[in-house]
Write a protein that binds this ligand. Structure first.
Ligand code: MTE
Length: 307
């Protein structure tokens, strides 16, 4: 199994970043079939999936930066707080409840969930609303085929995600910064889009606590706040769910939050971004560079109004 607890992994098994990059290069250049024959187990499945999705021209953001510069307000407001203060956060046992407009609501142990799903390996760009960005190799479950899950009822049109509420382990939740627990939502077609990932790993290792262990969302064409961390509940709804940031500052954070260089945040421009680890600022791309794959979801919508 690809995903294991961090303390189960001897340091000899952790792939150094340089080797990881070589392996990625190999996977992305090998043809699907050849890669399937040569790389083990779940990685073989990844290769084919990954080829069409990987932003090959992008240099990966170093692991150290990806895990030390984070937004995870449950652990504090400073970008260094999540790494410094999430050591005592317990991610096992972990249960995810699936309810709302589903035929069989239920609660599932995280380890059983990932055993039943095919883990894909994917490199994605994350663009934070604060105009920084990173490029990260992640592993997880792509909700996939574009169709609503078979377990959802026909009335289900949206999906709401909720982060764990555990103020004893999450010092940020002891202050009323947001209306805890953090919640987010997607329209059904966004949730089941092949680019949307329920991510459980990073750089070939289990998801670090500060990045949203054990399971988080990655929606790469949207501002980072949509990519909710440490999920304990997935609820299918008929109407658009309320979200933590939209509730807290509706003029600044909309439900859609598609990366859009032409629509500024009320307090700053969104036209440019700075990659973590780089000094220069680069132009921000519509839909974070994924327009070919997702612009069609919003045909006919005024994206200035539905920001
Ligand atoms: N999820 C929760 N539960 N709490 C948060 O504060 N911050 C969001 C998002 N998910 C946040 C969250 C924001 S603003 C960003 S930019 C990304 O997580 C950052 O993810 P990263 O730490 O992997 O860079």
């Amino acid at each position: 199994m690809l995903i294991r607890k961090p303390d189960d992994i001897p340091s000899s098994e952790i792939t150094p970043e340089s080797m990881y990059l070589n392996r990625r290069k190999f996977i992305s250049t090998a043809s699907g079939l050849a890669a399937a024959a040569l790389v083990p187990g779940s990685l073989a499945a990844c290769a084919a999936d990954n080829d069409s999705q990987q932003p090959l021209a992008d240099k990966l953001t170093p692991y150290e930066d990806v895990t030390r510069y984070n937004n995870f307000y449950e652990f504090g407001l400073d970008k260094g707080d999540p790494q410094k203060r999430s050591g005592g956060f317990r991610t096992r046992p972990w249960t995810v409840t699936v309810d709302g407009l589903v035929k069989k609501p239920g609660s599932y142990a995280f380890d059983d969930l990932i055993r039943q799903h095919q883990v894909v390996d994917r490199t994605y760009r994350l663009r934070c609303v604060e105009a920084w960005s990173m490029v990260i190799p992640a592993a997880g479950d792509s909700a996939g085929g574009g169709n609503p899950p078979r377990g959802a009822t026909p009335a289900a049109k949206f999906v709401e995600f909720t982060t764990v509420l555990r103020p004893a382990e999450m010092p940020g939740q002891r202050r009323a910064v947001l209306d805890w627990p953090y919640t987010e939502g997607l329209r059904m077609d966004e949730a089941v889009h092949p680019l949307t990932l329920l991510a459980t790993g990073l750089y070939g290792r289990p998801m670090p606590n500060q990045n949203g262990a054990p399971i988080r969302l990655v929606v790469p064409w949207k501002y980072g706040f949509k990519s909710i961390k440490s999920i304990v509940r997935i609820r299918f709804t008929e109407s658009q769910p309320q979200t933590a940031w939209n509730e807290s500052a509706p003029d600044e954070y909309g439900f859609y939050a598609n990366v859009n260089p032409e629509v500024d945040h009320p307090r700053w421009s969104q036209a440019r971004e700075r990659r973590i680890g780089e000094l220069r600022r680069r132009p921000t791309l519509p839909f974070n560079g994924y327009a070919d794959q997702v612009a069609g979801l919003y045909q006919g919508m005024d994206l200035r109004r539905f920001y």
